[in-house]
Each structure stands twice: as structure tokens, then as C-alpha cells.
Ligand binder design. Sequence first.
Ligand SMILES: [Zn+2]
Length: 480
Amino acid sequence: MDPERRTRLNTIEESAGQSALFMLYLAAMLRLHFFGAAGTVTGSRYLVETDSAKVLVDCGLFQGWKGLRERNWKPFAVDPASLSCVILTHAHLDHSGYLPRLRRQGFRGRVFCTHGTRELLEILLPDSAHLQEEQARHANKRGYSKHRPAEPLYTLEEAEASLEQVESVDYYRTFAPAPGFEARYTRAGHILGSGSLELRVGDRSILFSGDLGRPSDPVMKPADPPPQADYIVMESTYGDRLHPREDVLEALEGLVRDVKERRGILMVPAFAVGRAQHLLHLLAQLRTARRIPQVPVYLNSPMGISATDAFLRHPEDHKLSAKECAAMAEGVNFVRTIEESKALDALDGPLIVIAGSGMATGGRILHHFARHLPDPEATVLFVGYQSPGTRGHAMLSGAGEVKLQGRYVPVRARVVQIGGLSAHADYRELLAWLEKGAAPRRVFVTHGEPAAADALRLRIHDKFGWDAVVPADGESFDLD
Ligand SMILES: [Zn+2]
């Protein structure tokens, strides 16, 4: 090559290199921080940071082990006043329940979510505050808190104030939550209003799976296929487990018949939002098909009742016909006041009581437990995921006694679980969801116990050959 031409080429290469460098400079910083749901399923908090904005995706409470719950009391990892906004994937408290506490620390920005999520937040956040206040009051009365006086994590007033920051948007509609950001929800099939969240910053994109439901869920519409994204933040609650291939209706039918025969009580700790409606629908199906005898059913949860109302108001979010919706509520006794709730303990079986909370960490199910767990004719049915450290997890692991409000109660009741009732996809279903989308540059596997997250990471790598990592708690990544 003649020297002059070579020099010319070198100059072009050099300037191309420089412009690439310049482009890199222009491609503003995009950083993803994991402040929760890393090594655990609770406390979902992901921060997406650019030079001009800080967007917090999910704002969840830590639940389960005491060490985890104590993290709710620590100051937030960055100054909450510096956050541009919060975007929620769904209303469950491990994704939304930290909002009032964030507000207390100075966050005044907007909180984006779907319409269904907004309705549920209006039920869940005040209830969560109420529970916090109740626990603090109780601890002060009995003197079993180390802190004197025991304080609630947040008050009802603060929960209501944070609801005023909420702004709801449609599924599939692109909105601009912060400078330089575009966002869009697709369906996640988990609970009313649940979404996967697509975030775009310039030419880069991150998809947050949110909690993904089961494609075969009899109540919720299935998740949409994942939109194309450079990075995926993927939940892994059941990253190492398959749901049993049991016939859920048959399993429930067997339990109800058994309760009738034993004249016992069937206590179902159920997530007021999601599983409670699912269960009511299945019981209605069994009743309609005359597969179960008449057994009184009590939905002992004001929150479950409100959530059922919200569910019936959003037919676009679920699969049930108007007739099925009507059947769901038919013949169910809705228990609202605490006096009515306590009065249930005096009733003779057979009866079915559905009450919160889903992992038996609080709520009305506890006084039923105190009364009936020592009874061998009673049955406890768990229908959702049980975090390690919760009473539910301990009971399913065979605990002979559980501590209820400061005293130990023996567990003589039968404790069972219908795994197929889960609101979470198992690993085969998670992989099938990923497979419907295009290959990302990297998958961040979160929202799972360490073994579950790592198992899913391996499977993603083995099945698709994609780069997958399990971020450590507090870890940050520059996304280029
Ligand atoms: Zn959830």
C-alpha cells in the first residue's frame, strides 16, 4: 500500500476510534443497583441510575427472618429525596410495602403503577400500617420488645400520604417516568395489576420480569412474552423447584370432604390479594359441580373482601366470566369486624376459614391458630410460597410448636400444602417465558433464596447459553 494511502487510512481509523470514544462518552452512564431481593425473595428494590435521574423499581418490605425484617429499619441506601420516582411491578408488600417508610425519609416523587396495582395499594398499604401500629401497641402492652417504647415502622397517616404520590398507567402504553427514561408494562399473570416492566434509556433497555404467574392459572390471564431487552432482571422464587403435577381441584375436594367427615376446621392462611380469590373460585367450581358437601366458608379478612371487590371490578385482568365471578362470592360469609372474627372460634366444625396473612406472620389467622392448632381434627392448608423464617415455613417443615404472641402452642393439627395453587411460575415455566423472547446481553437472577437463584442461573446458561449472574446484595453494575 502506498504510504500516503496508509496515512490517510490511519487517520480515518484514528478519528473513527476517537468518535467511538466520543460516542461512549455520549452514551451516558447507566447503572443498576441491587438493594434487596438479592439472596432472598423479599425487599425488592432495584435502582436504575443515569447522570440525570434515579429511578427505583419496586419498593418492597423485607419479610421473614428477624435479621431481614430489621433491614426495614435501616436508612435507605441512597438519599430518598434524591430519587426521581418509584415504579412498581405489583402491589404485594414485598414489592411496595416500604413506600411509606421511604416517604418518611424524604421521598416526595411520583410512584407509577398499573390501575389494578393502585387499587390494591389503597387496600394493602393502610392495612400494613395498621398491622405495624398494632404490633407496636401489643409489644408495648406485653413488654416483649427490646425497644421502649416500640414504634411502628410507619403510621396509617404516612401510608395514606404516600398513596397520594401514586399515579396509575395503562398496560402497553409507553410513559416517561423521569428525564431520559421510557417505561411500559406488559402482563405478568401473577396478581391483579401485576406487570413486567420495560425501561428504556436511549438505546439501552432493561426488562424487570416482576413476579411471574403460572401460565395455567385458572384465574389470571397469562404473562405476555418478554419484550426484547438488553438486560433482564429475572425473578427466581421457584428457580429450583417444579410444582407437583397434581389436580388442584381434586386435592381441594379431598380436603373439604375430609373436613366434613372429621367435623373439623380447615384453616387457610392466604394472601388476601391473589390466593384468596383463587381459592374462592376453586371452591365455587367444586360447589357448582356438586363435588363437595355443604361446608360453611368464611373469608375472615376485610382486606381479602376489599381485594375480592377490586378483582371483580377489573374483569380485563382476569379470565373469569360474570357468572363465575358471581359464583365466587355466593354462599361465602364475609367476616369484617374483629368481634365477628373472634366469634368464629366458638363455632363447631365443619367449617373453612380463609384468613391472612399468607405466611402466618400476622393477621387474624393467628387467633384461629392459637385456638385450633392443638386440635388433631383441624387442618391447616398453605397455598402460597412460604419464606424461610416465617411460621408458615416452620410449620411445613414439621415444627411441633409455634410461638404465637409470646407463648408456644403445640401443633397437633394436620399441616398440608397444595403446591399447584402457587401464584409463581416454577423453573420450567420461567424458562419457557424467557424462551419466548430474544436473547438479552445478560440476565440478572434475583428474588430467590440463594439455592433457587443459582439453580435458575445455571439453567439459563445451560439451556440458552446466555450470560446470567446472581447479583450480591448491594452490588452495582454498569450497563453499556
Ligand atoms: Zn408477588
